[in-house]
Design a protein around this ligand. Sequence first.
Ligand code: GLU
Length: 271
Amino acid sequence: MCGIVGYVGRTMDDTALNVVMEGLARLEYRGYDSAGVALVTEDGVATEKRSGKLENLRSALEAHPLAPSRTGIGHTRWATHGGPTDGNAHPHRGGEGNRLALIHNGIIENFHSLKKQLLAEGVEFSSETDTEVAAKLVGREYDRLGDLTEAMRAVVSRLEGAFTLLAVHADSPGVAVGARRNSPLVVGLGDGANFLGSAVAAVIVMPAMSSRLALLIAAAKDTSPLPTPADRLKMSVLPARNTTRVGVPPVTKVRARRAPSVRSRGSALLS
Ligand code: GLU
C-alpha cells in the first residue's frame, strides 16, 4: 500500500496541485513505482500520471500544466496488479465521459469476478489494475445516483479486501470522497481547506495551515465517532465502514453550510 493525498480548498489556483504534490513527496519514504494526480477544473477532471519517480510526474506537469483547481487528489503506487507502467498508474477513470477519477491503496480481492461481469456488459478497460474496476463501478453508480458519497457507499459494499479509495467527479467540484476498509485514512480539517491522506505526513503539508488543522485519525478506531471540530466546518461521523466526504464551499460562499444529517451507519459527511 502506498500513498494517497486529497485536498479541497476555496480558491481556484495552483494550491490544490501544490498541496497534493507536496503530500506525495512526504510519502515518498514508503516507496512507490509510479505517481499521478487528478484535479477538478472548470473543464472537467484533468489527470497526469507517470511511472517511476515523482520527478517524472513533475516534469510532465511542467510540460503540460493543468488548469487551476481547488480540488485535487494524488497517488503514489506500489503495483500489485499490473506492472509499473504509465497506463497502470493511478488515477483511473470511470463513468460517462470518464468524468470520475479514482485512486486506491491496497487490494480489491474480488476484482477478477467484478471485472468479468463488467467486461461482459461491454465496459472497456485501459489498465490491468484491480483499481480500475472500482473506478468503473463508482463512475457508473454516480451516473445512476448523482451523488459521489452515495456512489462510493454503494460500491464499497461490493468490494472485498483491504483498501483506501479516494474519488473526485467533474460534476462535484469542491468534493473529494474517501472510503476505507482495514486501511488507513486520515482526515484533516483546516481553515478553509480540508485534507484526506493515507498517513498524517501526507496532510501536514503547509506550516501555516497545519497549526490550524484539526487532525482526525479516522483509521484509529473503526467504531468511535470522530470529534467534531470547533470550527465553522461541521462534521458528523458515525462508525466506520467508511465513506468520508470532504467538501469546502467555494470562495464566493464563505459561510459553510451545516452538514447534512447522516442517515446511515458508517458514513462521515463534512460540508
Ligand atoms: N492494487 C493497486 C494497484 O496495483 C494499488 C496498489 C497500491 O496500494 O499502491 O494498482
